[in-house]
Ligand binder design. Structure first.
Ligand code: SAH
Length: 221
């Protein structure tokens, strides 16, 4: 079946432009990020029954009890990674639908993304290939281990929330690189945390309060 990339009605370019306006009014300043979100057909990444809501600023189900984040959060995290300049390589933990990978693919040379649920990884691969996005490499496995063979990365993004950022991931960050992750505290509250790998240390700063699915250990087939 042919992909309806352009969309119509609730998924048309007009609906997308409205979303971009909303994101920029909410404080997203990086034009590169806004343009990438404008270009990626989010309606193809969500469950079919919710396609008509794809350009609303809300998280949506993608199957397997997982969700694709709210566009504002996708934009915010991407902006936080890009702040220091352009990126060559990015590692994503939690491929899910492949939407965040597709946004990043427009903004860096190569995206590496790891997903623990085999079926999600497979359908993301198929969709990205049908969209002719050829600079995303996917792997099925436990993202807590990162992707040592491809490290170091200029940026790392976690789209599932761990209790603490795995050391292994911080070690795969290139000097000057940034990692952005939702981290869950003991009360179950989550906050976006950014680590910057400087000469001597990992500098940690706090961004917005967020709500992500938990990061789980081990791969599922
Ligand atoms: N970035 C995704 C968001 C998907 S939700 C998108 O744009 O659609 C988060 C995803 O993280 C889920 O698919 C979940 O299965 C995955 N996940 C959770 N823990 C993981 C782990 N340890 N390694 C890899 N993926 C993980």
């Amino acid at each position: 079946m042919a992909l309806d990339i352009a969309g119509a009605g609730m998924t048309s370019q007009r609906a997308r432009d409205r979303l971009i306006l909303q994101l920029s009014r909410s404080g997203i300043r990086d034009q590169r990020v806004l343009e990438a979100i404008r270009q990626v057909p989010r309606h193809l990444f969500v469950e079919e029954a919710l396609v008509h809501r794809a350009y609303e600023n809300i998280a949506l189900p993608i199957g397997y009890r997982q969700t694709v984040s709210q566009p504002f959060i996708v934009a915010r995290m991407t902006e936080a990674l890009l702040e220091a300049g352009s990126l060559r390589t990015v590692l994503e933990v939690g491929t899910g639908s492949g939407y965040q990978s597709a946004v990043l693919a427009r903004l860096c040379e190569r995206v590496y993304s790891v997903e623990r649920i085999l079926a999600l990884s497979r359908s993301a691969r198929e969709l990205l290939s049908r969209l002719k996005i050829d600079n995303v490499s996917l792997r099925h496995g436990d993202g807590a281990e990162g992707w040592p063979a491809k490290a170091p990365f200029d940026a790392i993004i976690l789209t599932a929330a761990p209790r603490a950022v795995p050391q292994e991931l911080l070690m795969q960050l290139a000097p000057g690189g940034r990692l952005v992750a939702p981290v869950e505290d003991v009360d179950g509250k989550q906050q976006l945390v950014r680590y910057t790998h400087t000469d001597e240390a990992y500098v940690r700063d706090l961004l917005d309060a967020v709500c992500f699915v938990p990061m789980l250990s081990g791969a599922e087939s």
